[in-house]
Design a protein around this ligand. Structure first.
Ligand code: SF4
Ligand code: SF4
Length: 284
């Protein structure tokens, strides 16, 4: 984990009245503008647009993409990969990822560590070693997706575009797809659902203001969304449940279900980082 994101002290949080940011800083606006300009240069595709593509071991470029790409991870990507590998989230994050604070968003940004000369830590001569649980960007490739926003989450809009790398020979193949068919074929439905939830969270004006998030809030954001096993300990091994009202059925589910814990992590971030009224303190 990058030094820029410090360990949380695991103290109980309370709503922070000072985190109610209402606008975007000039730095964030510039970041969105630059990102938008870069995406504008790529060819956009609509849901029903067609493209020809096939990836298979017989191509000379087999695994070239896994050796040449930076793979960014969403919280749901981390959940699926640590489950696939049968390790704790903190072990997975330490061994396989690098975290930085995105200079535009001001929020933690996670990517797979590159192995010198080999690329992705999961690539092998046979292909992807975590194929059934590969990250969103690998799943959608050779398409990419981005979300643009107007003044807030309600106006967010997903765009798909072609990622046509020179080395990728799959584009010369005959198999025909629509964007919709490709997304379904790559089994990206659950990924899309959790990623959309995350996008709604991060596009909130309460978060899109890096100068307002101190190290403690950044750490809480990181733990509750990416480091789920430590977040579970934070809930069950501290006085958390004696201080906050949490529905009994939710408590039972988050004890063992990572997916439910991720949903709860988003709710906790809304409360502890964004100052939203999504949790109640227990009455004394
Ligand atoms: S996770 Fe799998 S598909 Fe993605 S870059 Fe690594 S080896 Fe390739
Ligand atoms: S066809 Fe493209 S996606 Fe498939 S292995 Fe080659 S470079 Fe990677």
């Amino acid at each position: 984990m990058n030094d820029e994101i410090k360990d949380t002290d695991q103290s109980e949080e309370s709503p922070d009245e000072t985190s109610g940011v209402t606008g975007q800083s000039e730095e964030v606006k510039a970041y969105f503008r630059e990102t938008h300009e870069a995406l504008e240069k790529l060819e956009k595709v609509e849901w029903r647009d067609k493209f020809n593509f096939r990836c298979h071991k017989g191509l000379d470029c087999w695994t070239a993409c896994c050796k040449n790409s930076l793979i960014f991870l969403t919280p749901y990507d981390v959940l699926r990969l640590k489950q696939k590998l049968g390790v704790r989230s903190d072990e997975f994050l330490e061994k396989y990822t690098e975290a930085t604070v995105d200079p535009g968003f001001g929020l933690p940004s996670l990517r797979l560590k590159i192995v010198e000369g080999e690329g992705c830590p999961f690539v092998s001569p046979d292909g992807c070693g975590v194929y059934s649980d590969r990250p969103t960007s690998c799943r959608l490739y050779p398409l990419g997706s981005a979300v643009s926003s107007g003044s807030g989450a309600a106006e967010s809009q997903r765009t798909h575009f072609k990622v046509e790398e020179d080395y990728c020979l799959g584009w010369g193949e005959k198999d025909s797809w629509t964007v919709e068919n490709w997304v379904i074929d790559q089994d990206a439905t659950d990924y899309n659902m959790y990623n959309e939830m995350m996008i709604r969270l991060t596009l909130s004006p309460k978060l899109v203001a890096p100068d307002k998030l101190d190290d403690k809030k950044l750490s809480m954001f990181y733990m509750a969304l990416y480091d789920l096993d430590r977040f579970r300990e934070f809930i069950f091994d501290t006085s958390f449940l004696s201080k906050f009202e949490v529905e009994k059925d939710i408590v039972e589910k988050i004890r063992s279900q990572d997916e439910e814990l991720l949903r709860f992590g988003m709710r906790w971030v809304e409360f502890s980082v964004m100052g939203m009224p999504t949790m109640d303190l227990k009455k004394k």
